[in-house]
Design a protein around this ligand. Sequence first.
Ligand code: BG6
Length: 475
Amino acid sequence: QELQNGFSSNFLWGAAISAKQAEGSADRGLTVADIQDYNPNNHAKVKGDFTREEILERVEHPNQYIFPKKKGIDFYHQYRSDLELLKQMGLKAFRLSISWSRIYPNGDYTVPSEAGLSFYDKLFDTMQSLSITPIVTLYHDDMPVDLALKYNGFLDEQVCDWFVNYATTVLTRYQNRVKFWIPVNQINLTRVGLSALGIVRDQVTELDQKKFETVHHKFVMCARIKAIGRKINPEFKFGCMLADFLVNPETCKPEDVTLATEKNQMTMYFFADVQLRGEYPKYALRYLKDHQIDFTIQDGDLQLIRDNRLDFLAISYYNSNVVSADKNSMAIGDSELNPYLKANPWGWTINPLGLYDSFLKYWDRYHSPLMIAENGFGQIEELDENDTVHDDYRIDYLRQHLQALKNAVEKGVDVFAYCAWSPIDMVSSGTSEMKKRYGFIYNDLNDDGTGSGKRYPKDSFYWYQKVIASNGISI
Ligand code: BG6
């Protein structure tokens, strides 16, 4: 047997954005992302879930807040020049999300907006003319506000029906232009229930139970979308996407090791076991029972899930943490920093070996093709006197992670795409800051919305250009 050296010749070198962070809110309905305000006094704090009152307050008094995601980086108007710039970098794939509220402004059944549909027609046409392959997310944490307030988002199966209707509209419309679909971004990341699930926390009791129930609805929804999609175009590929939250034990104390194992089951593997293997694993059923989490699984749900397993595993990988039985619970994200690792100003550790390790584990368990849906390094940056940024720390970060990925590929892991987060600096998902910059391209915008919005390539732009041109030989 021949051994593979490096990446395959058709490897998709890409970068990723989301509609809620890039497009801006012109010509579409209001979403829960739009009202995640930037708060200068609370800048580094990850946004929690809003209560009903906090949502209404933001909707009714918008002038008292700074809403960076409403502005985005104006990708809606500048997509053409942005894509041309990314083509100069050599980009072969571009992961983007479609904005649900651009197609159906309130999310529910209405006539789809022709203006919204034709925006993505033009976007995909531009990508086709530049030979850039689209990888499309259908839901990237942008629930229409009304659906959250009236129904608690995907907790209500009516909302899931509307989402399937929206998905059917776009799968049909773009059937000849898009092959790779990710129905929902990071299905395991349910910490901020409002964005991920659409649940307004004080409108429900037993939030933990409701979260699992909503996740089940999302599983069924994804299976329905796959069933519909493969009738529309049998060539479609659908991905399960997880945020990599695999943890290691803080020490070799047996309790720490066991917590890491069980936590990895319930915060990571559970989701991919359902979506890729097509079954609810016994450990998950036991966990739900032991925690008195009880919800209805309709007749036929499990069969539908079994019959419509997804085709690939997409992973967003940024950092990795450790857990201690004395300090941490089973909740996703409740973990400790690894003392052996350095971190960025937001405390996100840098661990390329963690990526290597994770990919070996995913491959062993699923044997499904894998892709990196997001990987990147956020940093505070300013343009220098030559209108550029010498972001050698980002180059180091990406180089080490690509090397780790290459090592996994050479050990037999099937990886077909790598999407860096993000091609251009854009609004942070967690903190709504502009100053948390990830781009190969600097965007002259500030936290308070001031700035020209002009784009300037950083050193990493030219570095990634060489990586792509050499198909990953020159990392
Ligand atoms: C991922 C999200 O979890 O993390 C992206 O899918 C997000 O939308 C990225 O931008 C980085 O997070 P942040 O908060 O630094 O923007």
